[in-house]
Write a protein that binds this ligand. Structure first.
Ligand code: GLN
Length: 373
């Protein structure tokens, strides 16, 4: 016997379905992900902390849950919305069903939802707060709780997801460089991609100071992806400015791109419904090449696309844009002679999950470290 579950959006739109995963009640920002594959990587991406993820792919859980694909130590989504869960997971790596895994980790979900209607609603009205409950059966009562729940705008969430203590990911083969990586919600594949290229990665807590960074004697600094509103972050922006003042080469991904933007003096803003999926077209404005990329962001940097900006650290410009909607997808900083000093992207070159078109960005980081060594 399945347990009925209720989903109520902040504007009152209500959907009824069945419990999927844990029973109970949960709240968060409703966002949709269009990836046809990679649900394990999505669920364990710390950037989804406090978000309820709606999967547009209609059939979820087909390949079960394995022990190799998680991107962090736990599932981070605040809730999970699917149309039809796989009844029989089947894959040679599968260890258990997704339903069991969600239940084991206490993640409240809902199935049997018309996810196409829900996604169209979010696309038209924008991302908004949502509640899912198996205990509250009255939509009005759940709506009141949704309206009293926390907003994503203004949320500072880095410390909630960051590592407590520094750890090191060893370089594979000969160590060529050392990088200090600030964990704002880092995915495991990111230091792995660096380690593959001979980088020893020291992953530091979100609260690290410039002294902590310098103690690692790094050749470069990296800021990871992560949850929350970049405009609500001040400490890490100051840390980045102190590093840029010292001429430390910097590479940032996603939240790390937004904080780079802020460190350079640009603003950030909330997108209507964000980019979450694994087939977003992005153009590298330097090479004019288009890459198909993995995205997970609800905020973006507000920077002029065609004119470079003088900053105290060098000349900043937009390096990549999304071809769907012209959103800034990358930034770079050059010295007066046009040499690259630092750069960042709004999307996911670590490609977990997603296509590997953007893997060259890790090579670009290595070249930058070589040139500044
Ligand atoms: N994946 C990320 O780093 C997300 C960054 C930020 N929290 C956003 O939603 O835009």
């Amino acid at each position: 016997m399945s347990t009925p579950a209720l989903l109520v959006l902040e504007d009152g739109r209500t959907f009824r379905g069945e419990a999927y995963g844990a029973e109970g009640e949960t709240f968060g920002e409703a966002v949709f992900n269009t990836g046809m594959t990679g649900y394990q990587e999505t669920l364990t991406d710390p950037s989804y902390h406090r978000q309820v993820v709606v999967m547009t792919a209609p059939h979820i859980g087909n390949t079960g849950v394995n022990d190799e694909d998680p991107e962090s130590r736990r599932i981070w989504v605040a809730g999970y919305v699917v149309r039809e869960p796989a009844r029989i997971p089947s894959n040679w790596r599968s260890r258990r069903s997704l339903d069991d895994e969600l239940r084991a980790q206490g993640v409240v979900g809902i199935s049997g939802i018309d996810t196409r209607a829900l996604t169209r609603h979010l696309r038209e009205r924008g991302a908004m707060r949502v509640g899912i409950s198996t205990v509250e059966t009255d939509p009005e009562a759940l709506l009141a709780k949704v309206q009293a729940s926390a907003e994503m705008a203004g949320a500072n969430l880095s410390e909630a997801v960051s590592t407590d203590a520094t750890y090191v990911v060893q370089a594979q083969g000969e160590r060529r460089f050392t990088v200090a990586a600030l964990d704002l919600g880092i995915k495991d594949m990111t230091p792995y991609r660096m380690s593959e290229r001979g980088i020893e990665v020291h992953v530091l807590p979100a609260t690290a100071s410039i002294e902590d960074v310098l103690a690692v004697e790094p050749d470069g600094l990296f800021f990871s992806n992560g949850p929350g509103d970049p405009a609500a972050t001040t400490g890490q922006v100051e840390l980045l400015q102190q590093a840029l003042e010292r001429g430390l080469p910097y590479f940032g991904i996603c939240f790390g791109n937004q904080l780079f933007g802020r460190a350079l003096g640009f603003g950030t803003y909330k997108l209507k419904y964000g980019h979450r999926g694994i087939n977003q077209p992005v153009m590298d404005l330097t090479t004019r090449k288009v890459e198909v990329t993995a995205h997970n962001h609800g905020f973006a940097v507000d920077a002029p696309r065609d004119t470079p900006t003088e900053t105290p650290y060098g000349v900043a410009s937009v390096s990549h844009v999304c071809l769907n909607d012209d959103v800034v997808e990358g930034l770079e900083l050059r010295d007066a002679d046009g040499r690259l000093k630092s750069f960042s992207v709004q999307y996911h070159p670590e490609a977990a999950a997603g296509p590997h078109d953007a893997a060259y960005l890790f090579d670009r980081f290595v070249s930058l470290l070589e040139e500044t060594a």
